[in-house]
Design a binder for this molecule. Structure first.
Ligand code: ADP
Length: 420
């Protein structure tokens, strides 16, 4: 018996009668055996429940994605029809008709925003969000969002001010996704503010210097190195301290705020959080009720040695999400001649290892990106070596893009990209 429940029995047989001590020993033994058996059965139950939950989660994501697609197509047709009416191509209309069709269009656009949010969150949760990372300057994206939302802000008597940092740094990011995050933050700032400017600023910061509320510790403690920080500040209704982290939860809208009145899905910030995570960055906020809010996000600065590994991880993630298989080949950095280097570090073998790795893992038909770690001469040597293997086995390897990275005087440079 375990916890007053019958669990099982053990049969022990011998010709000689059992003594009381024997019985005690057997009882203890049986209990000792029962405990791990019980936890094993618990584990199995847990695994089965987990599998069920994962399946449900997948079904839910698929459901949202299918429904959203089905909604998007007719909605696009509605929007197009309204555009034609408003352009006057379908004939003259009275002021009243124009007013109502414009109202219809505004709501169709709103609905389309909600559907896009639902699609995004289901894609992110299913790990199917596509990213197009590239080296870029964030300033033009901020300027673009500012221009886009200036009219909306003006309607409420608000102004958007952008103060860029003096440093010219580049980040490795998806500009469309950045625009999406910024648009959400600035729209929220406009929504929840009645007077005062909306201020956007950028700054280069080290992860150790970041200021944040304790509730964001989990998100920020994993950061290291230098980042570009973007801050969107408003002087609106603010958020209570207990709700600071909560605003990043799915479908969360803070009670007693304008939220119900101004509408929204409560998906903008959770999407922004996931997008920032995919950029190896973070997003958080600081606020005081009735004083205003500051929303910050950070993205690792490219060409920064401390961020090199992270950026490479991003490349690998991107390659994987495109269905590409990635091989990472490591070579030790040294200034010696290639031959000496190869002999001393057994690099020739490693080259073969790279080949056999490709073959062993059955990558030959899918491989299209190889990242190489190490200094330039050895990276180039390896490059040539692999190139010739690929050349000899064209039918096996197909198209192969080799990106290689190497170190010069302690600096990390990325040189892309070789197509063979
Ligand atoms: P939505 O704005 O569509 O409701 P979000 O995820 O963007 O969804 O925001 C969630 C909630 O966080 C908002 O409903 C609001 O309660 C709160 N919030 C977001 N930004 C601000 C802000 N700048 N000032 C005050 N509250 C905010």
């Amino acid at each position: 018996m375990l916890n007053d429940e019958f669990f099982g029995f053990t049969e022990i047989y011998r010709e000689k009668p059992f003594s009381t001590e024997d019985a005690t020993v057997f009882q203890t033994l049986v209990r000792q055996v029962a405990i791990p058996l019980q936890s094993a059965s618990f584990t199995q139950e847990l695994k089965a429940t987990n599998r069920k939950l994962q399946k449900l989660e997948r079904l839910k994501s698929e459901f949202i994605s299918i429904v959203s697609h089905e909604l998007r197509t007719p909605l696009t047709a509605i929007k197009n029809a309204m555009d034609i009416i408003l352009s006057g191509k379908a004939g003259d209309m009275t002021e009243n008709i124009e007013k109502f069709v414009s109202m219809g269009k505004r709501n169709a656009l709103r609905l389309s925003g909600i559907i896009n949010d639902l699609l995004d969150i289901s894609k992110i949760e299913a790990g199917k969000m596509d990213f197009k990372f590239e080296l870029m300057d964030v300033k033009p994206v901020i300027e673009y969002v500012k221009t886009n939302l200036t009219e909306v802000a003006k309607e409420k008597g608000l102004q958007i001010v952008f103060t860029p940092s003096d440093e010219n740094v580049e980040v490795y990011a998806d500009s469309n996704r950045l625009e999406q995050v910024l648009t959400n933050l600035v729209s929220n700032a406009i929504k929840f503010t009645t007077e005062g400017n909306i201020e956007i600023s950028t700054k280069v910061v080290n992860a150790r210097e970041l200021h944040y509320d304790q509730c964001f510790e989990e998100d920020i403690k994993k950061l290291q190195g230098n980042y570009l920080q973007v801050c969107v500040e408003d002087h609106g209704i603010g958020i209570e301290r207990k709700d600071l982290n909560h605003v990043f939860d799915k479908f969360a809208q803070i009670e007693n705020s304008l939220s119900r009145k101004v509408g929204g899905t409560g998906l903008g910030l959770p999407i922004a959080r996931q997008l920032m995570e995919a950029h190896n960055g973070a997003i958080w906020c600081d606020s005081e009720i009735n004083q205003g809010s500051k929303f910050y996000f950070v993205i690792p600065i490219a060409n920064d040695k401390s961020n090199f590994m992270m950026i490479r991880k991003q490349l690998v993630q991107q390659a994987r999400s495109n269905g590409t298989t990635v091989a990472v080949i490591k070579i030790k950095s040294t200034n010696d001649t290639i031959e000496k280097l190869l002999r001393e570090n057994n690099l020739l073998n490693k080259t073969y290892m790279a080949n056999s790795m490709i073959e062993k893992e059955g990558l030959m038909t899918t491989l299209s990106l190889i990242l190489m770690d190490g200094d330039k001469p050895s990276a180039e040597f390896l490059h040539k070596k692999i190139d010739s293997v690929i050349e000899q086995n064209k039918d096996l390897y197909g198209k192969c893009d080799i990106m290689y990275s190497y170190e010069i005087e302690g600096d990390t440079h990325e040189k892309d990209s070789y197509s063979g």
